[in-house]
Design a protein around this ligand. Structure first.
Ligand SMILES: Nc1nc2c(ncn2[C@@H]2O[C@H](COP(=O)(O)OP(=O)(O)OP(=O)(O)O)[C@@H](O)[C@H]2O)c(=O)[nH]1
Length: 450
């Protein structure tokens, strides 16, 4: 069954009061494929242990870390400061603000009417999560529907505005359609491609009514999304039993790397995995502290180095330790990388090589963390990271705080990098395995009739 057929089936099964996402109980919610769910639980680690790597930078003879890192020393120039990163972050923010301005018209209604609902939902969610921080118990589809509220309303409001002007399927219609799709953050290329397909099929099927056209657009979007993703490997990859799985988290400042590491640590710890974290963001003291807090919360050890230490040295120590202590998964939090800073990209490559010196098949995953609220900007970052590092998948954070859900379509269309995880909030349980099915449904369910 194709994605659109699943979509239609879900829609037919949906209770009449579809606007109350928390009350929806889809039949197939238990059938979700969670790549991590079938792993064997193992013994948990000692609580609240923080390891400081005091010798992370200094070469002291016998330690392989020094040799490994020294081998790489020539190729690395440490960044002097984070100024550029801050500029990028500020630029993102400015960009976000200006886009917000233009979108306000389309979304103001939605945001206002949602505020009370969101407040209530937040209270409700917090109360529930006081009882359990488990990421596995909640109904996945309801989580997606809630997390995608802003994007769904944004889409619906754009489409309804566009269809309100609908008179006939003429050239003006296609121009409006392209503008609507670009406005929904699908990107120019995909907007044109979808519009062309709609043109072809509307003619072929002789579709004329507003409802038929609306459904055709959504069907084409869903089907082209599915088609483009058929070769993507969305699963997390793991080392063979007995070896640590190493996951590097990369991305520019403030996208949510540290938070994602913390959430993932909690998630896998809850599954019985032995977890270790490495604080390779040695440039920002706050980042180490932030990771330590997540480590304490999840009760997993955190390997740290002195401030301004060579990040690769910390990584090396952490990998050695993870191997020696038979850790199942080592999560490495890296500094905010700048897409236009060659030195920083080199440093990332160096980290990769240092990991391989200890564990030749690692890292099993290099996850690029992207902030969904930055829309097309996130896409640009992803392109640059993809070109200069071995990114294996994406984590899309802050989806709860944006109407730019369409970025998921643009990412697949232009990058062919699988979104593996999605963040719907700041709590550990807000990180979810990405499900195209739930995503598409959460985004479009208001636009298609059952
Ligand atoms: N609403 C929301 N906030 C998030 C999400 N993920 C992360 N955040 C918040 O985003 C902010 C930045 O997150 P960090 O984890 O510090 O980002 P970082 O990429 O590690 O930043 P640097 O250490 O500066 O490189 C924090 O306030 C997080 O709580 C999410 O999915 N939703």
């Amino acid at each position: 069954m194709g994605l659109f057929d699943i979509f239609k089936k879900k829609k037919q099964e949906e209770p009449v009061e579809a606007e109350a996402p928390q009350s929806a109980q889809p039949e197939d919610a238990t059938a979700k494929t969670d790549s991590s769910a079938n792993q064997e639980p193992e013994a948990s680690v000692a609580a609240d242990e923080t390891v400081t790597v005091n010798q992370a930078v200094v070469v002291q003879g016998t330690d392989g870390a020094e040799e490994a890192v020294a081998d790489e020393e020539d190729s690395l120039t440490l960044p002097e400061d984070n100024t550029d990163g801050n500029q990028v972050a500020e630029k993102n923010q400015t960009n976000e603000q200006s886009i917000d301005e233009t979108e306000r018209y389309a979304e103001s209604e939605v945001v206002e009417s949602n505020e009370t609902v969101v407040d209530d939902e937040v209270k409700h969610t917090e109360a529930a999560e006081d009882k359990t921080e488990s990421a596995t118990d909640d109904n996945e589809q309801a989580v997606y529907e809630k997390g995608l509220t802003q994007s769904r309303k944004g889409f619906a409001s754009r489409f309804n505005k566009f269809l309100a002007n609908f008179r006939s399927v003429d050239e003006e219609f296609f121009e409006d359609l392209e503008d609507t799709l670009i406005g929904a953050d699908l990107g120019f290329d995909l907007a044109i491609q979808i519009s062309d397909q709609v043109r072809e099929e509307a003619k072929l099927e002789n579709l004329k009514s507003k409802e038929d056209i609306r459904e055709l657009i959504i069907r084409i979007m869903v089907e082209s999304y599915e088609e483009q993703g058929k070769d993507e490997d969305q699963n997390m990859h793991f080392a063979p039993a007995g070896q640590p799985t190493v996951v590097l988290f990369v991305g520019v400042n403030g996208v949510g790397k540290t938070t994602t590491v913390g959430k993932m640590a909690q998630r896998y710890k809850d599954q019985g995995k032995k977890i270790m974290l490495a604080a390779a963001d040695t440039f920002r003291a706050g980042a180490v502290k932030q990771l330590q807090e997540w480590g304490e919360r999840a009760q997993v050890p955190v390997v740290t180095g002195p401030e301004k230490a060579d990040p690769s040295s910390v990584v090396y120590q952490a990998v050695e330790r993870a191997k020696a202590e038979q850790v199942d998964m080592l999560f490495v939090d890296t500094a905010g990388r700048l897409q236009n800073n060659v030195n920083l990209m080199q440093e990332l490559a160096k980290m990769n090589r240092v990991v391989k010196k200890v564990l030749p098949d690692a890292p099993q995953e290099v996850l690029l963390v992207l902030d969904a609220t930055t829309g097309q900007n996130a896409l640009q970052q992803a392109k640059l990271f993809k070109d200069s590092s071995e990114v294996t998948g994406l984590v899309l954070t802050k989806m709860d705080g944006t109407a730019k859900g369409g970025i998921v379509f643009a990412i697949r269309d232009q990058l062919h990098l699988p979104v593996k995880w999605i963040g719907f909030g700041e709590k550990a349980s807000d990180l979810r395995v990405f499900s195209a099915e739930d995503f598409v449904y959460g985004l479009f369910k208001d636009l298609v009739k059952s």
